[in-house]
Design a protein around this ligand. Structure first.
Ligand code: GRF
Length: 210
C-alpha cells in the first residue's frame, strides 16, 4: 500500500511534529511506516518547528496569514499547496489558529488535532494551567477530529495522568507532553492505515493503538 502523505501544521516548538515524523521515519517494529510527513506548514516564520524540519529533511511551507486579505484566501493558498503535493490528511500540532470551512471542506474528516486536556474540559489556550487553577486531580491528552469550533471535534483517543501534590505547570506539562509524543504518532499511524471510523461523534478503531 502506498504511504499516506501527511502535512503537519505547527506554530511553535514542534515537538509533536517531530514525534509524528520520527515514527514515520522509523516505522513500527522496523516495518515500513504507513505514512510519510511530506510537509510542515508553519504560520510563524522563525518557529523552532522549522529548525526541526530542516534537521529532519522535511520540506517547509512558511506562510504569513497576515499577508492575505482574509483567512479564507490564506487557507485557499495553503489548500493549493497541499493538493500540489498530494497530501492525504492534515495533522495539527500546536497550530495556533482556528480552521475555516475552506480547509475543512477540502479535507473533510481528514484533519486531526491534539490538545493537552481531557476534552471537553479546558479547551483553548493554556489548558494545563487551566486544569491546575481549577484544582483538577487528573489531567490528560485528547486527540480529536477538527471541526469549525475550538477543540470541539469528535474524540478519537484520550489518556489521563494524575496531578501530583505540588505540581506546577512547569513540572506537569513535561509529563503531559510525554503522553502526547506517544499517543499522537500511534493515532496518526492508525489513521493512515484506515483503521479509524467516524460515525456522527462516535469513533471506533479496528485493531489497537500501539
Ligand atoms: C501541545 O501541547 C498540543 O497539545 C497543543 O499545542 C502544544 C504543541 O506543542 N495543541 P509542541 O509545539 O508540539 O511542542
Amino acid at each position: 500500500m502506498a504511504r499516506k502523505q501527511v502535512a503537519v501544521f505547527a506554530s511553535g516548538s514542534g515537538s509533536n511534529f517531530e514525534a509524528v515524523a520520527h515514527q514515520a521515519a522509523n516505522g513500527a517494529g522496523g516495518a515500513a511506516s504507513s505514512y510519510e510527513v511530506a510537509l510542515l506548514v508553519c504560520d510563524k516564520p522563525g518557529a523552532y518547528a522549522m529548525e526541526r524540519a530542516a534537521r529532519l529533511g522535511i520540506p517547509v511551507l512558511a506562510v504569513r496569514p497576515k499577508d492575505y486579505p482574509s483567512r479564507e484566501a490564506y487557507e485557499a493558498d495553503v489548500v493549493r499547496e497541499l493538493r500540489a503535493r498530494d497530501i492525504d490528511f492534515v495533522v495539527l500540532a500546536g497550530y495556533m489558529r482556528l480552521i475555516t470551512s475552506t480547509l475543512l471542506e477540502a479535507f473533510e474528516n481528514r484533519i486531526l488535532n491534539i490538545h493537552p486536556s481531557l476534552l471537553p474540559a479546558f479547551p483553548g489556550l493554556r489548558a494545563v494551567e487551566q486544569a491546575l487553577a481549577y484544582g483538577a486531580k487528573v489531567v490528560g491528552v485528547t486527540v480529536h477530529y477538527v471541526d469549525g469550533g475550538m477543540d470541539s471535534g469528535a474524540i478519537i483517543a484520550q489518556e489521563a495522568l494524575p496531578v501530583e501534590p505540588g505540581d506546577t505547570a512547569e513540572t506537569l506539562y513535561p509529563r503531559v507532553q510525554q503522553v502526547e509524543h506517544r499517543l499522537y504518532p500511534a493515532v496518526v499511524r492508525a489513521f493512515a492505515e484506515d483503521r479509524i471510523r467516524l460515525d456522527g461523534r462516535s469513533v471506533t478503531f479496528e485493531g489497537g493503538l500501539d
